[in-house]
Design a protein around this ligand. Structure first.
Ligand code: ASP
Ligand code: MG
Length: 428
């Protein structure tokens, strides 16, 4: 008997039929003799609809009330799911985030889990019940208020429950079959991975892969939670997120063997580039610029500084950041132009970022050469480059991104034999 945590995304519980299908899957797991804890997202687009509604009654909804509102989405799905399970003759009990002991900090809309005290869940399990927990929400002890964990937060709920209950596996169900070598909507020949290392998964998630949320992957990595990302719509194996050093009796033998140099290619169209032109090339200017940008709340990703022009003693500094943060960053920089002494600002929101990720890069040479050669053959110009130990990222024109991703995918020998099946969904 294992303790299995299962997470079902919004598209898996979008309507009554889907809820019944999920209930059946949960019951099947219980029937196989396992203890089951389920974290569930709000039905379909409920969270977006609630956000929209909030926007109609208030231009900037009060954060506390917004969390009260949004957390209700998951209460609906958890109760319906428990009812559906009851009607199949099994005992199920639903719990809100606070009842489940999801203790967070007090940051409304982006709360972090600080402690999980699943006392009531353990009791319910001991009494033979299937436990259903509302995803994406928690409770702060100081303010005694309901919080939410940020969009996609149910993944984190599931992983945190798995860690706190010492579960054998955390299964994350969505409308895609697992983790692919690239987004199949961009690269049709993308292949499903049987296994991916948690470190690689972290890089993929951070660089545009949307199947798993980065905070959930981080949490799992820190607490040693085994993740199995799989599809609600098929019974096939998905992708195991685990490190080579870890073994689990649940993971099929074959899945632990795969050790490619490059695990996948991630694409991201959500960033913009800002170039600060004519920055005096003296110590302290980069610090000034990025202090201003940080204060505007922007999350900077790549940074490139040009060689300075000897004649002028000035240089240009470019950086990328989420498109949504660009306006605030530009405004903040413009406000301090005199202080910093730069000449002008250029904003470019037509960029695309392509990243190649693989733990094998540590020990293999020529990985970057393959990337650059593929891009050059495609006639794609590289505007910025950044690397980590296991990742190479380039910024290119946004319109070139898809074509570049396909060629790079082929160049690393990642192409599958047939086009991947893409369900209509969003991967959630
Ligand atoms: N319902 C929330 C959202 O859509 C949380 C989740 O789905 O994980 O962001
Ligand atoms: Mg959702």
């Amino acid at each position: 008997m294992a303790l299995i945590v299962q997470k079902y995304g919004g598209s898996s519980v979008a309507d009554a039929e889907s809820i019944k299908r999920v209930a059946k899957r949960i019951v099947d797991t219980r029937r196989a003799g396992h203890e089951v804890v389920v974290a569930v997202s709000a039905m379909g687009d409920t969270t977006d609809e609630l956000l929209d509604l909030a926007g109609q009654v208030a231009p900037i909804p009060a954060p506390r009330e917004l969390d009260m509102l949004l957390s209700s989405g998951e209460r609906i799905s958890m109760a319906l799911l428990a009812m559906a399970i009851h009607s199949m003759g099994f005992e199920a009990r639903s719990f809100t985030g606070s009842q489940a002991g999801m203790i967070t900090d007090a940051t409304h809309g982006a709360a972090r889990i600080v402690d999980v005290t699943p006392v009531r869940l353990r009791e319910a399990l001991d009494e033979g019940a299937i436990v259903i927990v509302a995803g994406f929400q928690g409770f702060n002890r100081d303010t005694r208020d309901i919080t939410t964990l940020g969009r996609g937060g149910s993944d984190t709920t599931a992983v945190a429950l798995a860690a706190a209950l010492n579960a054998d596996v955390c299964e994350i169900y969505s409308d895609v079959d697992g983790i692919f070598t690239a987004d199949p909507r961009v690269v049709p020949l993308a292949r499903k991975l049987d296994r991916v290392g948690s470190e690689e998964m972290l890089e993929l998630a951070a660089n545009g892969a949307k199947v798993l949320y980065i905070r959930a992957v981080e949490y799992a990595r820190r607490h040693g939670v085994l993740i199995h990302a799989r599809s609600t719509f098929s019974s096939g194996e998905g992708t195991w997120v685990l490190d080579a050093s870890k073994k689990s009796p649940l993971v099929p033998e074959g899945a632990t063997m795969e050790e490619p140099i490059v695990a996948g290619v991630a694409t991201d169209l959500s960033q913009a580039k800002i170039t600060v032109i004519g920055v005096p090339d003296v110590p302290g200017k980069a610090a000034d610029i990025f202090k201003i940008v940080a204060k505007s709340g922007a999350n900077v990703d790549m940074i490139v500084q040009n060689v300075s022009a000897a004649a002028t003693g000035r240089t240009d500094i470019s950086f990328t950041l989420p498109k949504a943060d660009a306006t605030a960053a530009l405004k903040a920089l413009a406000g301090e132009q005199g202080e910093v002494g730069f000449a002008s600002l250029v904003h470019d929101d037509q960029i695309g970022k392509l990243s190649v990720v693989g733990a094998g890069m540590r020990t293999h040479s020529g990985v970057s050469a393959t990337l650059f050669e593929a891009l050059s053959m495609a006639g794609v110009n590289i505007e910025m480059i950044s690397t980590s130990e296991i990742r190479i990222s380039v910024v290119v024109r946004g319109v070139d991104l898809a074509e570049a991703a396909r060629l790079v995918h082929t160049a690393y020998g990642l192409d599958g034999d047939a086009e991947a099946t893409v369900h209509a969904g969003t991967g959630r």
